[in-house]
Design a binder for this molecule. Sequence first.
Ligand SMILES: NC(=O)c1ccc[n+]([C@@H]2O[C@H](COP(=O)([O-])OP(=O)(O)OC[C@H]3O[C@@H](n4cnc5c(N)ncnc54)[C@H](OP(=O)(O)O)[C@@H]3O)[C@@H](O)[C@H]2O)c1
Length: 382
Amino acid sequence: MAFSPHDREMMKLALKEAAATSCPSPNPRVGAVVTDSSGHILSTGAHWGSGTPHAEAAALDLIGPAAQGGVLYCTLEPCFGTWPGKKQSPCSEKVVASGISRLVVATADPHPRVSGQGLRFIEQAGIHVETGLLATEALELNEGWFFHSRHNRPLVTIKSAITLDGYIADPTGTSQWITGPEARRRGHELRASVDAVLVGSGTYLADSPRLNVRDVEGEDPQIVVLDGQLRTQPVPGTGLRTIVYTQNAHPPQQHNNRQAWLDAGAEVVELPYKSSSAGIPLVLQDLGKRGIRSLLVEGGAQVVSSFLDSECWEYLELMMAPKLLGGGKHWCINRPEARLQNAMDLADMKVEHRGEDLVLRSRRKTYWPWDGKEGLQCSLAL
Ligand SMILES: NC(=O)c1ccc[n+]([C@@H]2O[C@H](COP(=O)([O-])OP(=O)(O)OC[C@H]3O[C@@H](n4cnc5c(N)ncnc54)[C@H](OP(=O)(O)O)[C@@H]3O)[C@@H](O)[C@H]2O)c1
């Protein structure tokens, strides 16, 4: 499909509107632009979070009848129908009622209740519909959201701050701080971009982390603690929006810890799992059911290794400080059968300087977000 340079410019603007909304989870980031038939911008809109108007509705409401005959650019297919819990009326009906003559959409909505029906409804009403403009950019903007809708589990990013020789803590367990303030700020950017952040009980006990967003704008993520034996208690002042996963048969003497978590407002979830890589899919499945679409794993070494071995992860971000420690806790655990021919392959490594430190970001080589089913189903007309 041939889009004009003006179409691209308008969709870029709609994407910019969407990007300004940080993380309106559980909903996706969506932006919209309305122009008149000669291409002049009439209004823009974005979706700012659950319970607020959808982007295209916001843009159309701003101009009312002036939309007649115009063009609507939208980063996501307008929604269709209603269902329990849906707070907004169907945008596809609003689009038809607005009188626009052309709709340009970046990606279809993979939601099973929408999934092309919004586009079909609008097309059947006589509006010219085109899809797939800057689809990759729109998918990237909502990668966790698209991923979750296909896999029913969150998109996982593993993050560790390490020395140049690969340690995350010295032999006493001290890890604060390995990297400098600029790299730590990147850590907070990551937290602000996800629905939840996860640590193991070892880290929780060693660092008493608050796991909130500091130094950057953004919502605090939910907190997830993997604690098979229920050895932890909440850090004072935390506990709300926290999920603690523990094994079914945690020791009875840990009853006080359980009560402390419950008193602090946390949820304690018992799963029939061992504290190993085998437990990771169970945890992710449960998080997916709770609507957690993106997850940042902040360690420590055992939990990171479990995620790596489970292959249930998509991105790895290592923040590497120009320090040689010479001993301590390595960022992941040695695999007894490690052989070069069996090494885990990563791809698309991006390198960025943050102050004195390096940030290395790469994806699991077997995870390819856009060429596979995710991209096609979401970006092409259905
Ligand atoms: N530099 C950094 O970026 C960074 C980040 C985080 C932590 N750290 C440091 O890392 C150290 C802690 O690392 P760690 O390896 O000892 O602890 P960890 O990985 O944080 O926690 C390990 C514990 O989590 C529990 N667990 C529950 N489910 C698990 C699963 N599926 N897989 C693995 N473990 C599971 C296990 O205890 P149960 O058997 O009782 O369930 C296990 O002993 C601390 O010194 C901390 O300061 C550094």
